[in-house]
Design a protein around this ligand. Structure first.
Ligand code: NAD
Ligand code: TYD
Length: 351
């Protein structure tokens, strides 16, 4: 399969921008990327600053809403799109609990628009749906999500992603659209918007603000460094079979409280606060998230066996890289912490 014009949706977000940088640097991708992004609060063109100049003729930015089907169709025609890697989404569970509407629009209707346009396009080679392990629901103390685990989403976010995944599957089954879905665990790394656990804790800890841990802090997530996720996506795009789904995980299950403590300890070492004072003192247990899934854990046997992919970073090595990046990129941090970010912090955490 040779991709000439790859539409990447949501390329100004956290994972999408890492993916675009990563892909353009690869010798085995020679095509062009058309980044379609609406630039919501989570989309930041600074994440890809200088990329057009670094790869002349290989990167185009189109500011567009995937909910606008006519515009999506125009872009497909104008840019001769032959494949889509679909990241664009509303992605934050807490926001979906407070304001679900945008999740339904972007995650479901937006995906539907892309699928409708793709199936009408000649020479279309791949629709790649970037999804989440959250569609599988919550695990007890034992067991793992496999590709056969039934979908049981519990939040408006995961329900909207599950709906989108079902549409992708149906378009493959009914219309023969060449489509692949991957379901990945929690990502962390450079360029993540500081509403998610890891960057929120890094920034609050640096500023000596409380570190709000939901409930008892014992909810478990499986963590994957974003660079490893991007590598996995490209592996699946090249070598995965249309109609298949692949689970992607980091073999790195951890309780939230353990992560927050690790962040405190690494920061104390890399950017010491006042002498002898541990940032662990900032940890504050707060009211739990409604419907908070207890445990996610990925069984990534399929991608390892069939496509020979495994993560390179351990959680410790990935976290050190991530913290170093946030320490080195204060200007980026200042810019993303705009008025809308302040409004969210005020609405969600109060005070
Ligand atoms: P993000 O919130 O950082 O970025 C989302 C991007 O989509 C932003 O650039 C935003 O402007 C854009 N966007 C939103 N609505 C749009 C619309 N209507 N039209 C065009 N663009 C729009 O998200 P992320 O963390 O980078 O996640 C990317 C994808 O990966 C999502 O589909 C998410 O479900 C999936 N995923 C994320 C994680 C994670 O831990 N972050 C894990 C597994 C899967
Ligand atoms: P998050 O980064 O929002 O990802 P997701 O909900 O998609 O897994 O949250 C990761 C975990 O951290 C989740 O169990 C909720 C918890 N959490 C906190 O304890 N405090 C916080 O302030 C945030 C944002 C998350």
């Amino acid at each position: 399969m040779i991709i000439k014009n790859l539409m990447v949706t949501g390329g100004c977000g956290f994972i999408g921008s890492n993916f675009i940088r990563d892909l353009l640097a690869r010798p085995d991708f020679t095509g062009r990327i058309i980044n379609v992004d609406k630039l919501t609060y989570a989309g930041n063109p600074e994440n890809l600053a200088g990329i057009g100049e670094e790869y002349p003729g290989r990167y185009l930015f189109r500011k567009a809403d995937i909910c606008d089907r006519r515009l999506v169709r125009e872009l497909f025609e104008m840019d001769e799109v032959d494949a889509v890697c679909h990241f664009a989404a509303e992605s934050h569970v807490d926001r979906s609990i407070r304001h679900p509407e945008d999740f339904i629009q972007t995650n479901i209707t937006g995906t539907f628009n892309l699928l409708e346009t793709a199936r009408a396009s000649r020479g279309f080679v791949l629709f790649y749906q970037v999804s989440t392990d959250e569609v599988y629901g919550s695990l007890g103390a034992a067991g793992y999500f496999t590709e056969e685990t039934p979908y049981r989403p519990n939040s408006p976010y995961s329900a909207s992603k599950a709906a989108a995944d079902h549409l992708v599957r149906a378009y493959h089954h009914t219309y023969g659209l060449p489509a692949i879905i991957s379901n990945c665990s929690n990502n962390y790394g450079p360029y993540q918007f500081p509403e998610k656990l890891v960057p929120l804790m890094i920034l609050n800890a640096l500023e000596g603000k409380p570190l709000p841990v939901y409930g008892d802090g014992k909810n478990v997530r499986d963590w994957l460094y974003v660079g490893d996720h991007c590598d996995a996506i490209w592996t699946v795009m090249k070598e995965g079979a249309p109609g298949e789904t692949y689970n992607i995980g980091g073999n790195s299950e951890m309780e939230n409280i353990v992560i927050v403590e690790m962040i405190c300890d690494v920061l104390d070492e890399m950017a010491p606060a006042s002498p002898g004072r541990s940032r662990r003192n900032l940890i504050a247990f707060v009211k739990d998230r409604p419907g908070h899934d207890r445990r996610y854990a990925i069984d990534a046997t399929k991608i390892r066996r069939e496509l020979h992919w495994a993560p390179r970073e351990s959680f410790v090595s990935g976290l050190r890289k991530t913290i170093a990046w946030y320490l080195d990129n204060r200007v980026w941090i200042d810019h993303v912490r705009s008025g809308s970010y302040q409004d969210w912090i005020q609405e969600h955490y109060g005070g």
